[in-house]
Design a protein around this ligand. Structure first.
Ligand SMILES: Nc1ncnc2c1ncn2[C@@H]1O[C@H](COP(=O)(O)OP(=O)(O)OP(=O)(O)O)[C@@H](O)[C@H]1O
Ligand SMILES: [Mg+2]
Length: 250
């Protein structure tokens, strides 16, 4: 199961990735969580005690694989990177990519080549659950990469303006060939909010599940870390649907 998780700032992308990663481990999957947000905090959310240096800052690695700039290798070797750089806690392996910058030149370019090649490799790998915590947009996903993604999960809140951004992202996803995009409602406080989201979702985008507003998850804002308690039932349901319809196992 290969999922990219996107959505407007603060909607709960990282929280959802962390909860799904835990749930996947509980179901016996081998799990790789990928932080592709330049403002990376998935490690903290998952309870990793030490800060993890993003791969985008591994200058030696980038220079070795891609070249320092000028003449760069567009197909760098990346298959050994997960084993060398992933860190593991509670059965979840984590890779922190760091920012994949758009446009611009300089050394960011070599890093981008490496990170994009790595992301493509990770998503193309078999027999693993790969969950990618994206930035608000989906620019990291190139045309080649999307073929390997089972679905883009758009996290949404009941907020009309935020839902306009969703429509834009869904258009962009379709432009790059990512057909399967589903929405997941988050921080839902009432049945009316869920109904509101269903009514406002752009055409063709279905609501796969909803995670209610949970006081214990809000607490994440203080500690930075998901609470230990039991997985919310909504996450079990969502995972069932992911397994059942989005990425059925053979
Ligand atoms: N279901 C929920 N109930 C209550 N609080 C939640 C819920 N989901 C997320 N939060 C809280 O909302 C805040 C934002 O969540 P999170 O960091 O996961 O969002 P994000 O989309 O990854 O943000 P960013 O765009 O900054 O990366 C956090 O304080 C988190 O604890
Ligand atoms: Mg986040």
């Amino acid at each position: 199961m290969k999922l990219a998780v996107a959505g407007k700032g603060g909607v709960g992308k990282t929280t959802l990735v962390a909860l799904l990663a835990r749930e996947a481990v509980a179901r016996g999957y081998r799990v790789l969580a990928v932080d592709a947000d330049s403002d990376a905090n998935l490690a903290t959310t998952l309870g990793f005690p030490q800060p993890i240096a993003p791969l985008a800052e591994e200058r030696g690695l980038i220079a070795d694989r891609v070249g320092p700039g000028g003449l760069i290798r567009l197909n760098p070797t990346v298959d050994d990177i997960p084993d060398r750089y992933a860190v593991e806690r509670d059965g979840i392996r984590l890779l922190v990519l760091g920012g994949i910058r758009q446009g611009g030149g300089g050394c960011a370019c070599s890093a981008n080549v490496l990170l994009k090649a790595l992301l493509h490799h990770l998503l193309a790998q078999q027999s693993e659950v790969v969950l990618v915590d994206m930035e608000a947009g989906i620019e990291h996903l190139g045309r080649g990469t999307v073929e390997a993604v089972d679905a883009l999960l758009m996290v949404v809140e009941a907020d009309r303006r935020a839902l306009e951004t969703v429509a834009k992202t869904v258009r962009l996803a379709r432009e790059i060939g990512l057909e399967r995009v589903v929405a997941v409602g988050n921080k839902i406080r009432s049945p009316d909010e869920e109904i509101g989201i269903r009514e406002m979702l752009p055409e063709g985008l279905s609501l796969l599940g909803v995670l209610p507003y949970l006081e214990e998850l809000r607490g994440t804002a203080h500690t930075g870390c998901l609470p230990d308690g039991p997985t919310p039932p909504a996450i079990h349901d969502l995972f069932d649907r992911l397994e059942g319809t989005v990425a059925p196992t053979q």
